[in-house]
Design a protein around this ligand. Structure first.
Ligand SMILES: Nc1ncnc2c1ncn2[C@@H]1O[C@H](COP(=O)(O)OP(=O)(O)OP(=O)(O)O)[C@@H](O)[C@H]1O
Ligand SMILES: [Mg+2]
Length: 500
């Protein structure tokens, strides 16, 4: 097989920070490379350089037979490179069709009218992908999985030879992931090269031919996936091996912080009963449509229940809206990290105190800047947010580190009950362990109750004191600590899947 692209000795420096060091590698036609590395290791930076969005500080790039000196994104597209970014990058207010034909928009610098031939082509690309999306729909009204497929359709419309996907699966359900993987396999068969970035290493092993591992801006290994495995890749990523352990018991004398009785919402969930103790992490999992996110949204008042009771610290609370929930001491961190109210152009420190600003006000409402900086510094350290200053803007952080800022903001708010919905999608395995260490210290010290909703069984198993498995809007099972194991939960879920 021929190389589609070959890069040598690429470096990239961001005002003193060496994000990439002497990167060399090549991709053959039809090859799928998985790119792994901790948050901030340089994955997104590398693909922005390949796409022509960032210029490297030296090194060479050859695409097919052409030596590229420096090129912008449009030239990147013309040479056959398309990227589907962490935050997708479609134009939300344009239609599906307009998005698919976007390259011509940009080239001509104005809104174009799309001719019949283009429309048919766009349609047939979507058909080929096996997706059923109305091409006249406005993109922002479509679910994220469809948006991703539109981005792929656009890449095909641009006759891409290399399609790069930067963490494409973080916001997808397992069924959508399967569809995406089928499509990627089809692309490979047609000779299209793929670079696939994910923190879910099992996905890389399933989909890719080779895996390339970045650590602190350097390639530390490149291996055929057949010759490696999760443990080795994690070790290479982190520079040390990771130990998974289960939670220790919590003190059974701890009083309940939350008691949910007979909670029901028509068509969503029914007769939900459970208790959450002070200092406890209660894992919640279940297949898509099991009602777990709806339940969380009800507890947070965004989606009030029809009947049943919610008691916080033994007192019944009426929760009809978010204000009610916040007053009751309930906080919710949703899974969609980018829409979750980070202000990208603000410093990290301001984002961290955004939800608790009042507590930093002094006489005449002046803000205590030193206290803000100290608080931010504390979180940067305990969550290992990769930055050299709390004054840097959030936009300078890598995707996973931005997500840690979201988490810091809510932990700083110090609620009685914290609902975390998929809190660590996009966070590397090492940082994940660090985050839960911080959470464990916090719940021990402050008695916070945590509801941890997750699809990742490993995360649920490692970090829950008890686990609720939901099914069809009901609590199917509550596992005590000594019953929690990856195999057992997998078995329950696959039984449920088969019954569908
Ligand atoms: N525009 C920028 N200005 C300053 N520093 C930046 C900028 N973009 C990235 N960096 C820094 O470069 C390093 C690499 O970031 P990059 O986004 O490539 O990481 P990543 O491997 O994609 O991480 P993640 O898994 O969290 O998405 C990080 O330390 C990041 O803070
Ligand atoms: Mg990234």
């Amino acid at each position: 097989m021929e190389d589609f692209i070959k890069i040598e000795n690429i470096n990239k420096n961001f005002s003193g920070l060496q994000a990439l060091k002497n990167i060399s590698f090549s991709i053959k036609n039809g090859e799928a490379i998985g790119l792994c590395g901790a948050n901030g290791s340089g994955k997104s930076t590398l693909i922005k350089i390949l796409a022509g969005v960032l210029a490297p500080d030296g090194g060479t790039i050859r695409i097919e037979d052409t030596n590229m000196v420096s090129y912008g994104p449009l030239a990147g597209i013309k040479h056959g490179i398309s990227v589907i970014y962490q935050d997708i990058s479609l134009f939300p207010t344009l239609s599906v069709l307009e998005n698919i034909c976007l390259a011509r928009f940009i080239e001509q610098g104005r809104r174009i009218s799309i001719i019949g031939g283009e429309k048919n082509r766009a349609k047939s690309i979507l058909e080929e992908l096996g997706v059923n999306i109305n091409i006249d729909a406005i993109v922002e009204e479509l679910p994220i999985a469809s948006q991703q497929l539109i981005a792929i359709a656009r890449a095909l419309n641009n006759q891409s030879k290399l399609i790069i996907l930067d963490e494409p699966t973080t916001a997808l359900t397992s069924k959508e992931v399967k569809l995406l993987f089928n499509i990627i396999n089809k692309l490979k068969q047609n000779g299209i090269s793929i670079i696939f970035i994910s923190h879910k290493i099992d996905e890389i092993l399933e989909l890719c031919d080779t895996v390339t591992i970045l650590r602190d801006g350097e390639i530390v290994a490149s291996k055929p996936v057949k010759e490696t495995g999760i443990a080795e890749i994690e070790t290479l990523m982190m520079g040390q091996s990771l130990v998974y352990s289960q939670m220790e018991d919590i003190n059974k004398d701890q009083k309940p912080v939350l008691e949910v009785r007979s909670l029901t919402k028509k068509n969503n969930f029914k007769d939900i009963n459970f208790t959450l103790r002070h200092g406890e992490i209660l894992g919640v999992t279940g297949l898509l449509g099991s009602g777990r996110t709806e339940l969380a949204l009800s507890l947070f008042g965004m989606y009030p229940a029809d009947s049943g009771t919610i008691a916080v610290d033994g007192v019944n609370r009426t929760i009809n809206n978010v204000q009610d929930a916040v007053k009751a001491g309930i906080a919710y961190v949703p899974e969609d990290r980018l829409t979750e109210g980070l202000v990208m152009s603000y410093p990290i420190k301001d984002n961290i105190v955004l939800a608790t600003l009042d507590s930093f006000k002094e006489l005449f409402s002046f803000l205590n800047n030193k206290a803000i900086k100290d608080t931010a510094g504390k979180w940067i350290q305990s969550l290992s947010i990769k930055t050299d200053s709390a004054d840097n803007t959030v936009s300078m952080l890598s995707g996973g580190n931005q997500q840690k800022v979201v988490l810091a903001k809510w932990l700083e708010k110090n609620p009685k009950i914290l609902i975390l919905d998929g809190p660590t999608v996009g966070i590397d395995v090492g940082a994940k362990a660090g985050i839960f260490k911080t959470i464990k210290e916090m719940i021990k010290e402050k008695g916070t109750g945590i509801i941890l909703i997750s699809d990742e069984i490993k995360e649920i198993v490692s970090y829950s004191h008890r686990v609720i498995i939901m099914r069809n809007g009901r609590v199917a099972k509550i596992l005590e600590r000594n019953e929690i194991s990856e195999g057992y939960i997998q078995d329950i879920l696959s039984e449920q899947k088969q019954a569908l």
